[in-house]
Design a protein around this ligand. Sequence first.
Ligand SMILES: [Ca+2]
Ligand SMILES: [Ca+2]
Ligand SMILES: [Ca+2]
Length: 328
Amino acid sequence: MKFKSLQIIAFTAFALAAGSAVAQPINDNCTGAISIQSAFGNAVGVITTLGPYDNTFATVDPTDPAVGYECFGEPDGTAGNPTLENNIWFTFTGDGGKYFIETGNGAGVTNYIDDGDTQIAIYEGTCSALVPFACNEDGPSATPTTYPAGLTINTIAGTVYFMMIDGFNFNGAISTGEYLVFINQESSVACGDPSITPGAMSALDSTVCFGDTLVVSTVGAISPSVGSTFGFAVIVSSADISGNNDPNSDPSVLGGTGAIFPIAPTVNTTLPNTGATFPAGVYYFTPVVFGNANGTGNITAIALDPACTFTGTSLMVTLFMTVILLVL
Ligand SMILES: [Ca+2]
Ligand SMILES: [Ca+2]
Ligand SMILES: [Ca+2]
């Protein structure tokens, strides 16, 4: 977006001949979003170029979202009244990777968007119930004369995203034209990354009676994000397994959750209800983050790589009666 100085803009008036067809882009609305899935899952550092796309005849639709683009700089760079002008839509499914997305100029573009001035808003949910996920007005490639949007996102594996790219409207001067979309997977969290941590686990009670519900929570977990299977899980065992990075080879391990939030870095919150039940006894609950693993389902069914598995401190809980519902 322009911000610091006004510019003299030369308007070129033109009229379309009567009867000529003006084609809206096929992805003018969310429901027509173009899949850009091919740009995801490629090697880190390899830029995938998509387009060019042209917003010249794109329109604003009543089904467009009312929120999620609060960062857009209208009317004058202050973002005092963000507006949609000529938005077009794209969709992709996350794979847990970290991606940098920006627009720009390049091969195939014959009418680069005015001032390069795009805006990007990314949503989760569905077209009829879009949930704001990320927003950017000007990215790191912006200069004093060109203002392409660009942002980095951590995708969640399996989550469907909708990306809206709009043009900036500088006091009525709307950026229209063509642009490319560049998508580049950035380095993820490798097994040796010092930021990796299974987080801190706590429980509401250390002793649990029949009929009680035990809530175990973990905060601050950061998992690796490499390999086909990675993420966070809670292991239940009959002995303390603190620091055992090969937990599935430990005979005391009884079970646990499936891999949760395969995204990194991230912060865990209270985990979903597993509905698991256990007989009376002493149990240990242990957070674990892992990468470079294979398989799906419960943590005990996943082939872990001990060199990329990080098991936290076990938390002891005593169950006094049988059939206790555990909320992990
Ligand atoms: Ca539109
Ligand atoms: Ca706009
Ligand atoms: Ca911009």
